[in-house]
Design a protein around this ligand. Structure first.
Ligand SMILES: Nc1ncnc2c1ncn2[C@@H]1O[C@H](COP(=O)(O)OP(=O)(O)O)[C@@H](O)[C@H]1O
Ligand SMILES: [Mg+2]
Length: 506
C-alpha cells in the first residue's frame, strides 16, 4: 500500500481518459455488441434490504428485534408492539432480504453483484447504493468494519467494494487470457469523493479546494478536476479505498460513534477494448462502477447533534429529502424537468443511476431495534419506491464510435440480405450478371451501393430479364434495406421463388 509507490502513478483528472491511447488496429479479445447494447433496454433498479444484528448497547437497553426475514429471503415483516397486546405487522417484498446472520463474504452473492460487475467490463455503468438510517450498517456493508476498515486482500470483514474489486481483477484476468499481444484490453482507474454540506471534496487530494460539478453530453453531471488513480493491481484499489475512507468526514453522536457526515462515491472507471470487426480498429467502451455510501438520515432528538454537527445534519437531511423526492417522482413514472435532480449535488451526480442509463442496485440498511421502527418504515417505503424505477442501461461509447458501430452493423445486414437474394436467384438459374448494377458477389458493399445508385443503365439490360422479373429493376436502384424488403415482397409473390420468407428481412 506504499503511498510513495503510488504517488508517481497517480495521474491527473478524469477528462484524459477519453483519449486513452489504444493503438488502433491492434487485435484484442473479440467482443460482440448487440443492438440492445447501443439502444437502451429497460431494467428496474434492484433493491435488497439488509438488517444488522442488535448491537450490545441496544441489547443492554432491552431493545427487541422487530424485523423478521422470510425463509426464502424475498420478504420481511416489521412487527410493531403497540399498547397492551396490540401488534401491527407490515410485510414488504424486495429482490432480496438479508438477515443479521449473513456474513460479509456472502453479501456479494446475495445481491447478485457479479452481474453488475460483468456489465461494467462490457462497458456499462453500474451503481450500488447503500442507504438507510444512521447506524444501520451502510458503511459496514460497503467498506467493512470501522475499527478495521483498512482493507486487506485476506480481510474476512471486507465490504462490498473490496470484494467487488477482487472479482473485477479476476474477471479481467480471465477475459484477457487470450490476448497475447497489443495494448491491455482493460484499464482501471479509481476516484473517490465526498459531498459534504453541498460541497464536493476529492478524498484523494486534500487541497481543501471544493470541486465543481459540471455537465457534459456524454457523461451527464460529473465532478471536474477529480484525481483518477491508475489501478494496475488490487493493492492499488485497496490503497485508494483506505486513503479515501481515512479522509471521510466522520463524527460521533448517540446513534453511531463513527457516523459518516458526508455522502461518499467511489468510482472504478474501466475502459475496455472491443474488437467488433476483423477489418476495423477496436473501439473503447467506458465502464463505470459507482459505490455510493450515503450519510444516514437522523432525527436530531435522537442523535442529539449540536454545533457544527447540527449544520451537517441539516445539510444531510436536506439532500436526502431531495433524493426522496427524486425517487418518488421517478417511481410515479415522471420524466424530464419534473424530476428535481437539480435541487442537490447528490441527485445531480446520481442522475444516471436513478432513471438514467446505468444499472443500479440499492441496499437499504435497517436497524432491527424496535426504537428505530419509524426510520425503518421510512427506509422501506423509499426502497419500495426505488424498486419501481426503470433505468435504460446502455454501453458507454464515444459518439463517433456509436455511429461507426451502427454503420458497420447495417453493412453486415445488407451483405447478408444481398447474399440471400443472390442465392434465391441462383436457385432459379438466373445469372446475377443480368443485373449489372448489383456487381459481383465479392464486390465490397460500399462500391456495390454506388453502382446500384447509378443504375440508370438498367433499362439497357432489361431485355435480358426473365419476363417474371420485368418491372422490378426499380428495386435495384435503391440502396437501403427498404429496397431489399420491397424486392423480397415482390419475389415472394412469384412462383419461381416458392415459399420465400419476407419476414426474414424484418
Ligand atoms: N451486518 C452487521 N453485522 C455486524 N455489525 C454490523 C453490521 N452492520 C453494521 N454493524 C455495526 O454497526 C455499527 C454501525 O454501522 P455503520 O456501518 O457505521 O452504520 P451507518 O454507516 O449506516 O451509519 C458499526 O459498529 C458496525 O460495525
Ligand atoms: Mg456510515
Amino acid at each position: 500500500m506504499a503511498n510513495s509507490a503510488q504517488s508517481n502513478r497517480w495521474g491527473e483528472n478524469g477528462d484524459d481518459r477519453r483519449h486513452t491511447s489504444w493503438d488502433a488496429g491492434t487485435t484484442c479479445s473479440k467482443a460482440v455488441l448487440g443492438d440492445s447494447d447501443i439502444e437502451n433496454q429497460s431494467s428496474n433498479i434492484k433493491v435488497y434490504v439488509r438488517t444488522r444484528p442488535l448491537s450490545r448497547e441496544e441489547l443492554n437497553k432491552g431493545e427487541s428485534n422487530c424485523i423478521h426475514v422470510s425463509h426464502d429471503e424475498k420478504s420481511l415483516k416489521v412487527v410493531e408492539q403497540g399498547y397492551g397486546y396490540n401488534i401491527t405487522t407490515r410485510s414488504f417484498q424486495f429482490d432480496g432480504c438479508i438477515g443479521p446472520e449473513v456474513h460479509q463474504q456472502d453479501v456479494i452473492k446475495k445481491v447478485a453483484m457479479k452481474k453488475l460487475l460483468d456489465k461494467v467490463l462490457d462497458g456499462y455503468s453500474s451503481t450500488v447504493m447503500a442507504c438507510g438510517q444512521t447506524g444501520s450498517g451502510k458503511t459496514y456493508t460497503m467498506c467493512g468494519q470501522e475499527e478495521n476498515q483498512l482493507c486487506d486482500i485476506q480481510g474476512g470483514d471486507n465490504g462490498l467494494i473490496a470484494r467487488s474489486a477482487t472479482y473485477l481483477f479476476e474477471a479481467m484476468k480471465a477475459r484477457g487470457q487470450n490476448v497475447s499481444s497489443g495494448p491491455k484490453p482493460f484499464i482501471m482507474r479509481a476516484s473517490y469523493f465526498e459531498i459534504y454540506t453541498e460541497q464536493v471534496n476529492d478524498l484523494l487530494r486534500l487541497d481543501n479546494a471544493p470541486r465543481d460539478v459540471k455537465w457534459s453530453s456524454r457523461d451527464g453531471y460529473y465532478v471536474d478536476n477529480l484525481l483518477l488513480v491508475d489501478c494496475d493491481t488490487l493493492d492499488d484499489v485497496f490503497s485508494v479505498l483506505n486513503e479515501g475512507s481515512r479522509n471521510r468526514k466522520v463524527g460521533s453522536h448517540e446513534l453511531n460513534k463513527d457516523s459518516s457526515r458526508s455522502h461518499c462515491i467511489m468510482t472504478l472507471h474501466i475502459d475496455s477494448l472491443c474488437q467488433v470487426a476483423d477489418d476495423a480498429p477496436p473501439i473503447t467502451r467506458y465502464g463505470r462502477m459507482l459505490f455510493v455510501d450515503l450519510a444516514g438520515s437522523e432525527r436530531l432528538k435522537k442523535s442529539k447533534s449540536s454545533g457544527e454537527m447540527l449544520k451537517e445534519t441539516g445539510s444531510i437531511n436536506r439532500s436526502l429529502f431531495t433524493l426522496g423526492k427524486v425517487i418518488s417522482a421517478l417511481s410515479e413514472g415522471k420524466k424530464g424537468d419534473v424530476v428535481p435532480y437539480r435541487e442537490s449535488l447528490l441527485t445531480k451526480l446520481l442522475m444516471d443511476s436513478l432513471g438514467g442509463k446505468s444499472l443500479a442496485l440499492m441496499i437499504a440498511c435497517v436497524s432491527p431495534a424496535s426504537s428505530a421502527i419509524d426510520e425503518t418504515l421510512s427506509t422501506l417505503h423509499y426502497a419500495t419506491c426505488a424498486n419501481n424505477i426503470v433505468n435504460a442501461p446502455a454501453v458507454n461509447l464515444d459518439a463517433r464510435d456509436k455511429i461507426v458501430l451502427k454503420l458497420q452493423r447495417e453493412i453486415a445486414h445488407l451483405k447478408e440480405e444481398n447474399h440471400y437474394l443472390r442465392s434465391k436467384l441462383a436457385e432459379q438459374n438466373i445469372e446475377v450478371d443480368q443485373f449489372p448494377s448489383l456487381g459481383s458477389a465479392n464486390t465490397p458493399p460500399s462500391s456495390a451501393t454506388k453502382r446500384v445508385r447509378h443504375s440508370s443503365q438498367l433499362p439497357k439490360s432489361r431485355e435480358k430479364l426473365p419476363s417474371e422479373l420485368k418491372g422490378m429493376e426499380k428495386y435495384f436502384s435503391k440502396d437501403s434495406t427498404g429496397s431489399n424488403k420491397e424486392l423480397a415482397k415482390e419475389l415472394s409473390g412469384l412462383s419461381v421463388f416458392g415459399n420465400f420468407q419476407v419476414t426474414s428481412f424484418s
